[in-house]
Ligand binder design. Sequence first.
Ligand code: PGA
Length: 633
Amino acid sequence: MSKRGQSILSIVAAIVLSSTLLFSGFVKALDPLGMCIKLNAYLAYFGIALPDSSLWLQLSTAALTLLEFTLGLNLLLGIRRRLSTMITLGFIVATTTLTLWTYIANPVTDCGCFGEALKLTHGQTLAKNIILLIPSAWLACHPLTLPRLMPERSQWMANIYAALFLVGLIAYTFHRLPLVEMTDYRIGSSLREALFNPQSEESHTDMANFILCSPEGEMLQDSILMADGYTFLVTLPDEDEADDGCNDLLNDLYDLHPAISFYGIIAEENKEQAADWVDRTGAAYPILSGESTQIKAMVRSNPGLMLLHDGRIVAKWSHNNLPTLPEEGIPNLAEYEQRDTSLASLIKLLLWLCLPLAAIVLLPHISRKPNIPNLKNNNKTMRKKIVAGNWKMNKNLQEGVALATELNEVLSTDKPNCGVVICTPFIHLASVADVINKDIIGLGAENCADKASGAYTGEVSAEMVKSTGADYVILGHSERRAYYGETAEILKEKVNLALANNLEVIFCIGEVLEEREAGKQNEVVRTQLEGSLFELTAEQFSHVVLAYEPVWAIGTGKTATAEQAEEMHAFIRQTIADKFGAEAADNTTILYGGSCKPSNAKELFAKPDVDGGLIGGASLKAADFKGIIDAWK
Ligand code: PGA
């Protein structure tokens, strides 16, 4: 498949995965207690249930939320692509295994993947995870085909901002109530309608099964919900863990409003704990029992407070944020009524999340241009200037030695103003080494093996190259990539071996015509750099010279314009700066290659980021090569 095709597939895979992971992480952060309850249901299956709001469950919820969201974000922005895609694959494999078990053993009724926002059956969840295995496996196998939307130096900012945002949201929500209500018990919903008019729009499954039972076993929900006026309900999902710090306020509210109905609701299975609550808090209001999931969904707080008006939910409070009472007199309950602000809150939260993230992603791109002149103005003179010849498969041994001898004479008489290197076929190396003055002309090979030594018939190792007296090796030339199938991985091996044998690497990168026509040249070149050089240390990288050779300009007579060359060289230097730092980028020699001749060399080399040339055809004649070398004079 073409690189373009691979890249498109990776983008689609990343969008599918990241949207699922971001959504899943975000909805968990919106209702973290809901997630604790779901996690606890799994633990209950094994008989090790904890209190819903135990620290362990809170931390697990936060960790799961952060993991999902961070993975989604990193895939979307192309951050730490190898690591992110591997962890994503591991995560999807683990969740698929879990959902397969859920499907078979049915330990819980709702898997909880998307909280209350989207409920899937076990079968649907399993199918979703199996489908997600495909893009995650693809990305884990082709991580570097994923485009990187921001430079490495600002990636940490995106992750830190998202993590702080989520942790803040989770902590706030645990303390108060969800800003975005996702259960059926939202402000404005009518329990009365749901119960008595099950066909109505307001009828939701959870609310239609709403029950309130007196200690004697009498069902009271009908009479309570039919009663006009206000009704307070104190929800007590877990009496043992309930915070009784708010009891004075609850009792005061009850006392101040003897005329309105006021009930506590405790989970049916904990009915006997009602007496404990009365003992602990002095509650005088009647305590009814209800279904546990219903109580937990009504108010995400233990205890929580709900106000109904004519059977409709008009306000909800967490025990940390109960309504205040007036200094004197009876509160006007109409003033306690709240509006459902879920949608507005959702929009605000999304803006608070997305706008800073967008700024973090975009700012380096906007500020990139001014960076470049700084790099070049200061250091063009500091970097090593090189004109290197690439003889390719030309000249027999005698012809090669003659050319090297001639060049040596010419340059000994008229000393060059730049470094000069000739890269020859292997068979020339030792003989050419004998006829050149290495103070004036460096010697290099055009290739080396991707193996250190052994049974690799026909190959020549980096160590062998070095032993001829050569100090350079060209790697990654487009002809080797195209005709000999040299991939980024193979080239990475070659680079490592060359550096390990103290060879300086002239590493070639460049796009083909279709890629330039599609405007993909930057992406192609960045991928080539990343694929073979980005695991080097800064020290190792200091032994690499880059050669930008647009493939459409090699041997075709069609040179890139000096402006095209400069534009790309500046981009390459910025990419190096992003990875290895500004100093390393300043010091990196970047050559231009592709139909470079005496007639155009001067104009090309005058560009601030062009530090010389890699010369093919024109290096086969001493006069032409000298003409290019003289462009530095
Ligand atoms: P060219 O080749 O100068 O003949 O275009 C350059 C190269 O392939 O290195």
